[in-house]
Write a protein that binds this ligand. Sequence first.
Ligand code: GAF
Length: 394
Amino acid sequence: MTSQDAARTLFHAVTGTSPAGIWSAPGRVNLIGEHTDYNEGFVLPFAIPQRTYAAAGPRADRRIRVTSTFTAEAVEVAIDDLDRLFPTASGAVPAVTEWAAYPLGVAWALLAHAPDAGALPGLDIALSSGVPVGAGLSSSAAIEGATASAINDLWSLGLDAVTLAQVGRRAENEAVGAPTGIMDQMASMLGQPDAALFLDCRSLVSRPVPLGFTDSGLELLVIDTRVMHAHSTGGYRERRESCERGAAILGVPALRDVQVDDLDRAAGLMDDVTFRRVRHIVTENQRVLDTVDALAARGPRAIGELLTASHASMRDDFEISAPELDVAVDAALSAGALGARMTGGGFGGSAIALIDHDRSEQVAESVRAAFAASGFDAPHLFTVAPSAGPRRDA
Ligand code: GAF
């Protein structure tokens, strides 16, 4: 059964009726620009074909019930209780946790955009995810995007894609409690076939950047290590704090404002760990700009070394890689990949490798063999091409 059918079937099983519509939003891979988003820098992600579907419809009362194919129980709350359930301003722990905090957090964040929140109908929402969960491919942004698109229509809010991305990020930061940037939501909401999204995370100005992989005989392989990552815990938050500390020491609003030429001076002003975190962000921002320039001037074959340099920086300076990710990258490169790197928040999840179409079997074989030799569980391998953003499917 497709994920779309699964969402529709679940909706019917829970409500006994057909949904008013089905909306979907994609996951993403990030080609380059990691942890630069919350430093107000640059990123170059693209939406992938894997999507999350929300079958949804209005209710006669003012309650919201969310169900999903990845969990047994339904969670139901009153619209009027959402502010109490997500009391972020007081710093209290939200009463809704786990997966339901994503769709209910989106509903909560959308209330701020409703001219007359007291008149909004309740909702039934059934979710089904075709984006692997915990693989670093933004299954959470896909849930947020599908839910936000559905509610935007059912509550007739008329919000644009960038506002819906901001709503998704607010849900993730304040309702779920994961201190992420805005890259994933923007990548999902502004996805386009055939192009990556070059995004300035300070201004939120973006433009599509054609990749031309197919015309150059290339494809992008995803190596899902199946080592789970989680953003709301430990490492991600710590990295963010290091970046904020580095920016404060350097007297700038964000590390976006530091250039590669400033790094020598920065080295003398802070401890070694903070400096290496800063160096990753500063050099990574420059690599994003160089990648965009290289794509335009020389085409996709010219970006391989930048991808691999990005991985080395995350492994050695930002220290967010994992043994499985390093093995994936090294095995892909030794089998002839043009470039490879981990993608997403790190500490597990997926790596990507830019490969020649006619070497894809060799690279996949080399990665599988390296995983087996290291005693790791077999990875999931698949290729992805840039895909469309959110849409109403039915
Ligand atoms: C995760 C976060 F959600 C993003 O905001 C971004 O920081 C990414 O990690 C790292 O680049 O996906």
